[in-house]
Design a protein around this ligand. Sequence first.
Ligand code: C2O
Length: 563
Amino acid sequence: AAVVEHTFVVSQVKMTHLCNETLVTVVNGQFPGPAIEVTEGDSVTVHVVNESPYNLTIHWHGVKQRLNCWADGVPMITQCPILPNQNFTYRFNVAGQEGTLWWHAHVSFLRASVHGALIIRPRRGASSYPFPKPYKEIPIIIGEWWQMDLARADWAIAHSVDVYFGASTINGKLGDLYNCSGALEDGYMLDVEPGKTYLLRIVNAALFAEYYLKIAGHKFTVVAADANYVSPYTTDVIAIAPGETVDALVVADAAPGRYYMVALPNQSPEPDPQSPVLITRGILQYRNVQEALGDSSSSEMAVAPEMPDDQDLLTSFYFHRNLTSLHHPQRPLVPTRVDEHLFITLSLGSICRRGQSCKRGGSDETFTVATMNNVSFQQPAVATPLLELHYYNTNSMDMLQDLPDKPPMVFNYTDQALIPPGPKEAKLEPTSKATVARRFRQGSVVEVVFQGTALLQSESNPMHLHGHDVFVLAQGEGLYDAARDTAWYNLVNPPIRNTVHVPRLGWVAIRFVADNPGIWYMHCHFEFHMTMGMVGLFIVEDGPTVDTSLPAPPADFPSCGHI
Ligand code: C2O
C-alpha cells in the first residue's frame, strides 16, 4: 500500500458568478477542491495550510478512522481547530472501504466551498469492480454557489439577516439557466464516446437541499452508495441528500447528440416563496457531435430530461428504499442481537431568551432550535477538545448530559393536521440546550430509530454518523410502530451507509456495531439543522486491548491557542 500525500492550502480567492465578484474560501484555489484518489489500504497524508482568516478543520466524510478518531476533524470535539496561519497534517488510512467518499471543512457553512471527492479504488484494480469495468470515472459534485462570505452566513442566520444563496452547481459550474453565466459552455460538460460506459461518482456537497439528478435520454445503474456496493439498480433518476454519495454507471448508448444533465433541489410541499428553486444543468455531449459542430453550437440543440416535480418527495423515498447491498465476500453480516435501542425524534423547539419569562407564542421572546428528543445540542464551552478530555480521563467530561431516551411529550408527530395553526413559533415545544452524548460499551450492537416530525417543514433529514457505517434496516412513512415495523426489517441485504435518509414525515431504523473507540459526531447533514442543534455525540468506550483502545493523540496535534 502506498502513501498518498496532498497539500491543501486554504485561502480566500475572488470568483465571479451571477455578475458579481465574491470572496470565497477554497482549497488550492479550486471550487470544488481537489479530488483525493487512493487505493484501498493506502495511507493518506494531507498537510492543511490555513491561509484563510477562519479557524477550520477538515472532516473525511465516511472514512471510518478506525482507532484514529483524532483525525476525524470536528472542532472542539476531536481537535482544536487549525487557526489562521497555522498548519496541521491529517494522517489516516482507507482500509476496507471502496467507492466514493468526500472531504469537507467541518465548520458550518464553510463546507459549501471547502470540499472535494475522496475516491477509493479496489486493490486489484478497476477490473475487480463487481460491475463492468468503466471506460472512465467521473466525479460529479453537486454543490451551491453562495453570493456571500460563508463564514458570515452563520452569523446572518442567527441574526435573521438574509443569506444569499445564489445557485446550484455541478462541479462548480452554474450552467446556462443563470444570467451572467448564460452560455451552454459555461455549464459542466461531460464528453462521452458512443458505446462506452462511464462511472459517475456523485457527491451531494450542498448545504441545504436534496437533489434529483437526471440525464436526458440515459439511464443510471446505481452500483454503490456511501462507498458500499449495492445490487445494481437501474433508474432514470438519482435522489441524493446532503452528505450522501452515489456511484452510478451510465452507458453512452443514445443517438449522438447533446443531453442535459440536470440537478434539481427538491423542496417540501410548502416551498418558501422567498427561496426559488435553484436548478442547475450541465451537458453530456457525444464526442463526434462536438467535432462536427465545433463551438458554434447553441443551447437549443440539447435535449432536456423531464424532471420530477420539485415538491416530489416520493421519488426520493422509493429511490432510497430500492437500494440493497450487493452480496460479496467482504460484506459484513447484520448482527441479530441488539444491546441498545434508541428512539430519536428529530424536530424543532423553542428556547426562551435569557432573562425573559416566555409567555406562549412571542417570537421576540424565543428563538427556534433543531432538536433530538427535544434537546438542542450545545457546543461544549471547553478550552480542550472533548476527545482529549476523554483520553486523559479528566472529570470535565461531567458537563455531558445523557441524550434523552425518549422525547418528553407524546403526540402524533407526523400528522400535520394535529399541529396547531398560527405562527410557526407557537407550535414549538419549549426545549433546552445541552451537550448531549450517549456512551456505548465497545462492541455493543446499537439500533436507532430516527423519527421525523411534522414540525420540520423542510426536506428529509440526512443523518450522518462519524466513524461507523450503519445497516439501514427499514424506512417508512408516518409514525414508527415497533410491533408492526420490526417484522419487515431487512436483515439479509440492507444497504450500508454513513448517511441515513430519514424521509419527511417518516422514520428509518438502523443498526450498527459501536466498535471504534472515540467520540463520534452524529448529526443532520442539512446545514440549517446542524447549526441549529440537531446533533448528538456517540462515545464508544475503549476495549480491553491495545487494538480496541484509542491510541495517544498525534505528536503535532494542534493546540487551541487563544480560543
Ligand atoms: Cu460530512 Cu459531520 O459531516
